[in-house]
Design a binder for this molecule. Structure first.
Ligand SMILES: [Zn+2]
Ligand SMILES: [Zn+2]
Length: 138
C-alpha cells in the first residue's frame, strides 16, 4: 500500500480562465487550491490536481498538472478512471490512465484512526454536556 502524494499548488488565473472555457456551470465550481490526487510518485515528476467538473454525464473533468519546479502549466479534459475496486463502494476518483494506483488502492485512514476520531467527537459531546452547553440525552 502506498500513501497519497498530496503536493499542493494554486491554479494561476490564466489557467483558471482557460479551465472555465471547457464549460463548468460557474466560476464558483472552480477548484483553484490544488492537491495532487496521485499515490506517492517519486519517479513521476508531474503532480495532478482536479480543476473543475464539466456539466453533463460522463463528460470527464478538467485537470491540471505541475511539478516541484513548475507551477501548473496546462489544463486538460480527462475522462474518469473506469476502474472498479474489489467492493461495491470502491471507486477511483482519478482520471483515465492516471499513473500509479487507483484511489481505492491508496492507504486511507485505518479503522483505528476513524475510531479515534469518533471517540474525540463523543468526548467533545460529553464535555459540552458537562459544561451545560448541550441538553442531556433523553
Ligand atoms: Zn503528486
Ligand atoms: Zn483509477
Amino acid at each position: 500500500m502506498t500513501g497519497l502524494c498530496r503536493a499542493e499548488s494554486t491554479l494561476p488565473p490564466i489557467l483558471a480562465a482557460l479551465a472555465l472555457t471547457f464549460g463548468p456551470s460557474t466560476p464558483e465550481d472552480l477548484n483553484p487550491e490544488l492537491v495532487c490526487v496521485l499515490g506517492e510518485h517519486p519517479d513521476e515528476p508531474d503532480h495532478w490536481g482536479f480543476a473543475c467538473e464539466i456539466d453533463g454525464d460522463h463528460t470527464g473533468e478538467v485537470w491540471t498538472r505541475w511539478t516541484d519546479e513548475l507551477p501548473p502549466y496546462v489544463v486538460l479534459v480527462k475522462p474518469n478512471c473506469p476502474s472498479k475496486g474489489p467492493e461495491d463502494f470502491a471507486f477511483c476518483g482519478m482520471f483515465a490512465e492516471h499513473p500509479g494506483p487507483c484511489t481505492w488502492e491508496i492507504e486511507l485512514p485505518t479503522p483505528d484512526k476513524l475510531r479515534a476520531l469518533e471517540r474525540d467527537f463523543d468526548d467533545a459531546l460529553t464535555l459540552l454536556r458537562a459544561l451545560g452547553q448541550l441538553d442531556p440525552p433523553p
